[in-house]
Design a protein around this ligand. Structure first.
Ligand code: PLP
Length: 350
């Protein structure tokens, strides 16, 4: 069978809603969510808050807006948040917290396993002194670049922050990928692990539009009082949507049907990484979840420039801003992954 659609490994955001998800969207009862009248949005907010063990949640159009609402709800003008150099809510959001909130980031280097060293966090917390911004918040991300943060580390880092009076935010765009990987390691179940991770934090942002396969949407979870503040920020950011229940229905469908299946994406990522293993000059990071990172070394590095175009000519799409990245998701299968491996082999062996 010849494929018509490309094998799109650029991101797990490229998925199209399944037929069943589209049906759920069409059937959703809706109302005006700015009047808090949309029953499906209300149901989604209650569901995700309950799942992760929070009082309240807020449905927002994007993960970027979710993090922005969180940072502005936690921090005042002149406050600062401690964050990793490669975290989305520092590096990849246009500096929004500084631009819109006058909040100063205090970025830290990551350790090789993606964590922020406890000693670095400790050292970055400023004394209460007029010279300094007020350190208000620790922001972590899990998964981070597809890596699962060790749960013991998450507990320690968030306990340290709490003991120093900081609030704790989790950018859990891929929280359920982390939960599925953690469940595999502990023999537990993914939903319990998601809640265990989330409960280390005062607020958690989750994306429905990544591996969960919904077309649009994220949720921010926290206390009722925190979500009321975030709600005001969402309005300022233009994120108050109206009959958003059709989108919330997709997210509810994803929570019902697309959590445990993330394990399939993780298996495909491993299949892809294993397939690349023999290619000289490719340093392939063993994937924890659904993202495979590849660095080119030696002669392969010099040949790297033409790779994307070649892959495209073979019906494979990938991306790489810092490193090559390949994402598996709902719309890729083993056959597609094998085709991508074959294209990589042809390029580097040619
Ligand atoms: C994708 C992503 C976001 C932002 O989501 P958008 O919906 O693209 O704005 C935030 N954090 C992380 C870790 C992400 O991967």
């Amino acid at each position: 069978m010849t494929r018509t659609a490309p094998i799109d490994l650029r991101s797990d955001t490229v998925t199209r809603p399944t037929a069943a998800m589209r049906q759920a969207m069409v059937a959703a009862p809706v109302g005006d969510d700015v009047f808090a009248d949309d029953p499906t949005v209300n149901a989604l907010q209650a569901r995700i808050a309950g799942m992760l063990g929070f009082e309240a949640a807020l449905f927002v159009p994007t993960g970027t807006q979710s993090n922005l609402c969180a940072l502005l709800a936690h921090c005042q003008r002149g406050d600062e948040y401690i964050v990793g150099q490669m975290q989305h809510c520092y590096r990849w959001e246009g500096g929004g917290a500084a631009v819109f909130g006058s909040i100063q980031p205090q970025p830290l280097e990551h350790q090789p396993d993606g964590t922020l060293a406890l000693a670095d966090i400790e050292a970055a917390i400023k004394p209460d002194d007029a010279h300094f911004a007020r350190t208000r918040l620790l922001a972590l991300e899990n998964t981070l670049g597809g890596r699962l943060l060790p749960f013991g580390y998450v507990q320690q880092a968030t306990a340290l922050a709490q003991s120093r009076g900081l609030s704790r935010h989790l950018d859990g765009a891929r929280l359920f990928n982390a939960a599925v990987a953690q469940a595999q390691a502990t023999g537990g179940d993914a939903r319990t692990e998601a809640r265990r991770i989330a409960q280390c934090f005062d607020s958690v942002s989750v994306c429905f539009s990544k591996g969960l396969g919904a077309p649009v949407g994220s949720a921010l979870c926290g206390s009722r009082e925190f979500i009321a503040r975030a709600h005001r920020v969402r309005k300022m950011a233009g994120g108050g949507m109206r009959q958003a229940g059709m989108l919330a229905a997709a997210a509810l469908h994803a929570l019902d049907h697309h959590v445990e299946r993330l394990a399939d994406d993780h298996a495909l990522a491993k299949r892809f990484a294993d397939g690349l293993a023999g290619i000289a000059g490719l340093k392939v990071e063993a994937p924890h979840t659904n993202l495979v990172f590849v660095d080119l070394e030696g002669p392969a590095r010099e040949r790297g420039a033409g790779l994307m175009d070649f892959l495209k000519s073979r019906g494979v799409l990938a991306t790489g801003l810092y490193r090559l990245r390949f994402a598996t998701h709902l719309d890729v299968d083993a056959e597609g992954v094998d085709q991508a491996v074959a294209a990589m082999k042809d390029y580097f062996h040619a």
